[in-house]
Design a protein. Sequence first.
Length: 195
Amino acid sequence: MLPPACLLYPGHDYRGLTVTSVAEERRYNPRFGGDSNVGDFVGYMNHLGLPHPKLLAIAVPANLRCGHPDADAGPPAEPGWAPLTWTFAGLWEIQPQVLEEVRQDCQVVDVREHAEFVGPLGRVPGAVSIPLAELPLRMAELDRTKPVVSVCRSGARSAQAVLMLGKAGFTQAANLAGGMLAWRAAGCTLDGGAA
């Protein structure tokens, strides 16, 4: 196992990331970072649905330029509905305290399985339960004109949900950073769950 301070140099990154560390990846990587568990990782990987790499035509010339990105490369303009953070994974995240303030203006979609939704972690008040596996078939239940915040246990499955929503044309979607674990740790309002 590599130590947390070990530096990693990504071979393929289209946002200009040139170095990271084992500690950063453990904290922020949506596939296995934060407090994600094996179930989060399996759910994430099972729902990737990866097409042929869209940015291959950009990557090859960048490799020929020794990896230097184009001058215009960078995160998209921040959406105006809430203060969000653009992640290394290429998606918007919202902090628990921020969602607490704006949740009345958002659609909160909990992508955990039903047993988790009614389980000991509780849920964000007003959240609707749409398990990740059902999301592609149930997107029509969501209002495309309102922001959507995706939630799961740790933020891994919900990050995948945000990517799925983006591919389906939802332009105002964000992941709850750290999921329900972070929501509870921040002392935010809770429906259900164990004390």
